[in-house]
Ligand binder design. Structure first.
Ligand code: IVH
Length: 673
């Protein structure tokens, strides 16, 4: 990764992680699997480790979770609730064990291995043996008060056993829903016409965060305790093993599957054994947690900002199951992308009933050659959208039929076009109902125009009743137009109308992101705004100009140019501006000696990093681009420059060395040619 791509990637990852942790923690409605989240998180941790200059205090790596929702009173934890680092492979586990041994300076380490339950972390505060407060983890420092709900959990003692309980004891544990309870709950959800929960974790979270404890009481929630926080007025057990026994003696539920093991091999053996029995356990687990047993050694090892160095979660691979394909449907997404989705004979995957699985795109459908009637392996990478791993060709029934991908959009009948051969897209743009709804939802979303209250249901009604066809129509809505729609009284109508009006004052990056240009996420929107300074310049830019923007390659440039060349889109943008949507102009840098010049950096510089060079050039007024085009004014080439120099020579663009760069910077008076 080049240095500027690293910076862009890090900021894109931060935005993504913030978004998904909000979906997960605050809304209980994740869009991606835990595994995918972990992958993004690990990628960011790695970039920040390699490039400490890119680390930022507000990075999601620097805190434990997301903010608590406002519905429950906030509770400050007596001691922060940490999270755990993850390992996925034997090698990674060996690495963890090696680091522990190196830091402790001795051989085989004693660990307590425990099942990692897939539930919801809680902190129970007992004062003089009485349950005084129960809280969710929240962001690790502040959680939500769920005392009334936790009190309904049968296994949770309201009073500790024994006659000398500690004065203050914060117990940490996991609230979970056993498999059978989850299946029963979903049956009754369906019977009542309510949406079934995606998985036991969501069901547990949804049950615990009920505003009415009477509802929680009907849910068969359970609890296992595994750690402590604040602890006053008794002697701290000297090991994790002793701690768990101490908790059990106080009457708290502790997982009987726990085992003390010595050394890495024994950890692995426990992991494999538990993995084999995983499906037989009465609850879902997603891995094993190993904790250094000796509390004094735990202290020695200490903690990183978010995770202890003395414990780690060893994740199981995502679960898979086999089922039959009953049909294939095509869904149309916000940007018009057509996604083939397999309709499956319902099957339990990791305790969750799965009846649909994504095939991602037509190419994948072809590659896997999934036919209606086939038996397929389905994987659920933790939650949300299950996917098809592959076809069991030897079980293919003779009557299995190939799916012919439609050449017309199933929603609006417009032609389907393939971009880059992978994604099939409806060309109906603003006429397609499917896209219209999602375009408007995206436009109104928090990170775009941030129109609070304009949710799915409302947008759907506005579109279906023909009140809104494009995002620009939103600004013509009156409270009268909104009133009388489902669940829209006078007050809520006025609120939404105010939110729409307020969104007129925005920023250029938000506006660009809100337009829903294919390939343009928040990071790219910000880069475009920074590079062009105003919308007119961006709209006038051709693909050659667009690739000069950091991190914009030919595919993205093409998507942007195509978007702005579409006359409907230009009309909508003009209508938005006419409706008063505006943003403050971005500060243009004062003119410098390289003002108006476009410079491309390549190769390794000796005396400075790529970022330092970029910043220095920008201070002189230059635009620093990532690829060489006819509009490049100079290429600065360090050691081992690669193909960019060749390209520059072909185009007749002057190439200067590191000394040339230093000359510009005034370190040598001779100056550039
Ligand atoms: S220990 C300082 N033990 O996993 C250690 N956590 O990914 C704090 N979890 O937030 C956690 N089973 O919600 C621990 N036996 C177990 C666990 C466990 C499940 C959850 C817990 C934690 C998350 C971290």
């Amino acid at each position: 990764m080049t240095e500027d791509t690293a910076a862009m990637r890090a900021s894109a990852l931060r935005a993504l992680l913030d978004h998904h942790s909000h979906r997960y923690y605050v809304l209980d409605d994740p869009e991606i699997s835990d595994a995918e989240y972990d992958r993004l998180f690990t990628e960011l941790v790695e970039i920040e480790r390699e490039r400490p200059d890119l680390a930022r205090a507000d990075s999601p790596t620097q805190r434990v979770g997301a903010r608590p929702s406002m519905a429950f009173a906030p509770v400050a934890h007596g001691q922060a609730m940490l999270s755990l680092g993850n390992v996925f492979t034997d090698q990674e586990l060996a690495g963890f064990d090696r680091r522990v041994r190196e830091r402790l300076g001795h051989g085989d380490v004693s660990y307590v291995a425990e099942p990692k339950l897939d539930g919801l972390a809680v902190s129970l505060r007992y004062e003089n043996g009485v349950l005084a407060r129960a809280a969710t983890r929240g962001d690790g420092t502040t959680g939500e008060d769920v005392t009334a709900n936790v009190r309904t959990i049968r296994v949770c003692p309201l009073r500790l056993r024994g006659d000398a309980p500690p004065r203050i004891l914060e117990v940490r544990g996991e609230v979970y829903l056993p498999r059978d309870g989850f299946l029963r709950l979903n049956e009754s959800q369906i019977a009542q016409g309510a949406k079934p929960f995606a998985n036991p974790r969501n069901a547990a979270a949804g049950s615990l965060r009920q505003l009415d404890p009477a509802v929680t009481a009907k849910r068969p929630l359970r609890l296992f305790c595994y750690a402590i926080g604040e602890f006053v007025g008794a002697t701290l057990p000297f090991s994790q093993e002793a701690l768990l026994k101490f908790l059990a003696d106080l009457g708290l539920p502790v997982n009987p599957e726990r085992r003390t093991v010595v050394g890495y091999e024994a950890c692995l053996q426990y992991y494999e054994e538990l993995g084999r029995r995983r499906g037989d356990l009465p609850y879902e687990i997603d891995g094993v947690v190993y904790k250094v047993n000796d509390v004094a050694e735990q202290r020695l090892l200490g903690e990183l900002s978010r995770t202890p160095r003395w414990a780690v979660a060893h994740k199981f691979p995502a679960e898979e199951a086999v089922t039959q394909v009953l049909g294939i449907e095509v869904q149309v997404g916000r940007t018009g992308a057509l996604t083939p989705v397999a309709v499956l004979a319902p099957v339990a995957v990791g305790g969750v009933m799965v009846s649909h699985a994504t095939l991602h795109n037509p190419e994948e459908l072809d590659r896997k050659d999934v036919r209606v009637g086939d038996f397929v392996g389905v994987r659920r990478a933790g939650d949300v959208i299950p996917e098809i791993v592959g076809v069991l060709y030897e079980r293919r029934p003779p009557e299995a039929v190939s799916f012919i991908f439609p050449d017309r959009c199933p929603v609006c009948g417009s032609p389907v076009v393939r971009d880059e051969g992978v994604v099939a897209r409806c060309a109906g743009g603003l006429v397609c109902q499917a896209q219209r709804r999602q375009t408007i939802r995206h436009f109104a979303s928090r990170r775009a125009m941030d129109i609070v209250g304009l949710g799915d249901k409302l947008v759907e009604q506005l579109v279906l009743r023909g009140k809104v066809a494009t995002v620009a129509d939103l600004y013509g809505l009156t409270p009268g137009d909104l009133m009388g729609l489902d669940r829209m009284g006078e007050r809520s109508a006025a609120k939404v109308a105010d939110a729409i009006a307020a969104s007129r004052h925005t920023t250029l990056p938000r506006f660009l992101y809100a337009l829903g240009i294919p390939e343009v996420g928040e990071a790219t929107a910000a880069a475009l705004a920074r590079h062009f300074g105003d919308l007119e310049a961006l709209m006038a830019a051709d693909e050659d100009r667009l690739v000069e923007v950091p991190d914009v390659g030919p595919v993205v440039a093409h998507a942007i140019a195509a978007f702005f060349s579409e006359v409907h889109n230009r009309e909508v943008i003009a209508a938005l501006k006419a409706a008063g949507v505006s943003w403050p102009r971005l500060e243009r840098p004062a003119p410098g000696p390289l003002s108006g010049k476009t410079v491309v950096l390549t190769g390794t510089l000796e005396g400075m990093t790529r970022d330092e060079a970029r910043a220095a050039l920008e201070r002189l007024g230059a635009k620093v681009a990532s690829s060489v085009s006819a509009r490049t004014d100079y290429v600065v080439a360090g050691q081992d420059p690669g193909s960019k120099v060749k390209r520059a020579e072909e185009l007749g663009v002057p190439v200067v060395g590191e000394d040339g760069l230093r000359a510009w910077l005034g370190e040598d008076q001779s100056g550039p040619a």
